[in-house]
Design a protein around this ligand. Structure first.
Ligand code: NAD
Length: 359
């Protein structure tokens, strides 16, 4: 008999096309009426358009969201929010902007409506990663969970081909790790399989036709499912490695996930056979690792950490950092095995070599 614990995250999801038009009613539904819109400098146009659409409900726009949520930026945003008397935030953007909304919420207690425009999945997690003096700290607190998520397929049409591919593979990584999670349960495994299937279908179509709305909708749906997996069960070696690599070498977030994922899948394969079967089935291939590599190659995504700018001299340090703390992984990893795996990902080597190692 299977025993499990499943905890749902509270939150309301509005999904569709043109749903940006519903932000105002969703804000009012929360009893709010003084919105501070959050965005990155690159998405100010979308943020200003939203402010205009919100009319009297909006009190301002803060357009300085940054990757990795530096606490200094959050302090500025909190000051602006309090100065304007905002009673909620609406973050429009990817994981970086949503991270800022969470960080503001943690300090100022403002409820959040979020409008995700990438596939990162942060919108449905109670997790916030913030950078203090160059060190990224992760906080898990139900207080940072957005109240309402508005998925608008139309807003993802402007995602570049490269961010579409890497952000999709980043989301797929949440689903893959959910399948071998220590606290995996039948519900998240269902969500994970569906998420992988959605991206395996949508990403190749988007690589040829970025404005294919049906494929965009499929990918955004996959992002929600994968984000829900990330929110619900514990992640393992893959997320640990990407966190270490991103933090230590300032590597781009979603590209790092895209490079590392097949290596971790190959490493974990001997210890997680049913997860491998589920991944392969969702990808429509006979083998999880080669299926992921084929997909990545079809999408034209970089295949090595070297291409992302990681110095070869950093491999040993990354292996040290990745094995300093103990954490659960279906296949325990030694420092030497971590070094071998990171060296393989650095060089973009075929990952089949890890299966013969004993740990
Ligand atoms: P991002 O938010 O940094 O976005 C990358 C760039 O793309 C930004 O300049 C952004 O403005 C732009 N962009 C986003 N959507 C766009 C669109 N539709 N059209 C045009 N440009 C667009 O990237 P990301 O990968 O979404 O997020 C990465 C960050 O999110 C990392 O800091 C990561 O740690 C965090 N994250 C957190 C969680 C969590 O649960 N806490 C989950 C996933 C990611």
């Amino acid at each position: 008999m299977r025993e499990f614990v499943y905890e749902t995250m509270p939150g309301r999801v509005v999904f569709g096309s043109g749903t940006i038009g519903r932000v105002g009613e969703e804000v009012e539904r929360l009893g709010c009426g003084r919105v501070l819109v959050l965005a990155t400098p690159g998405q100010m146009e979308q943020a200003e358009a939203l402010r205009e659409r919100l009319g009297w409900l909006a009190v301002g726009v803060f357009g300085e969201a940054r990757m990795h949520t530096p606490v200094e930026t959050t302090a500025q945003a909190v000051e602006v929010a309090l100065g304007l008397g905002a009673d909620c935030t609406v973050a429009i953007g990817g994981g970086s902007t949503i991270g800022l909304g969470k960080a503001v919420s943690l300090r100022a207690g403002l409820p959040q409506v979020v409008v995700p425009t990438t596939y990162a999945g942060s919108e449905v997690t109670p997790v916030l990663g913030e950078t203090h003096n160059g060190r990224k700290i992760t906080v898990r607190d139900p207080a940072v969970l957005p109240r309402t998520v508005i998925y608008d397929v139309d807003l993802t049409l402007t995602l570049s081909a490269s961010l579409t591919a890497t952000s999709g593979l980043n989301a797929m990584a949440h689903a893959v790790e959910a399948l071998w999670a220590k606290d995996a349960n039948p519900i998240t495994s269902l969500l994970a399989g569906q998420a992988i299937r959605a991206f395996a279908t949508a990403l190749p179509r988007l690589a040829c036709a970025p404005d294919d709305r049906d494929a965009r909708a499929e990918a955004l749906y996959g992002a929600w499912l994968a984000g829900t997996c990330l929110a619900t069960v514990g992640m393992a070696l893959h997320h640990k490695l990407c966190h270490v690599l991103g933090g230590a070498f300032d590597l781009p977030h979603s590209e790092t996930h895209a490079v590392v994922l097949p290596h971790v899948v190959a490493f974990n394969a001997p210890a997680a056979p049913s997860a491998m079967d589920a991944i392969a089935a969702a990808l429509g291939t006979s083998d999880a690792t080669t299926g992921l590599i084929d997909l990545r190659q079809r999408l034209g995504v970089p295949g090595s950490l070297c291409e992302l700018g990681m110095p070869e001299s950093g491999i040993e340090r990354a292996a040290d950092l990745a094995t300093t703390d103990t954490y659960w992984n279906p296949r325990p990893i030694t420092r030497d095995a971590a070094q071998e795996l990171i060296a393989g990902a650095w060089a973009g080597a075929p990952p089949d070599q890890y299966s013969s190692r004993t740990s």
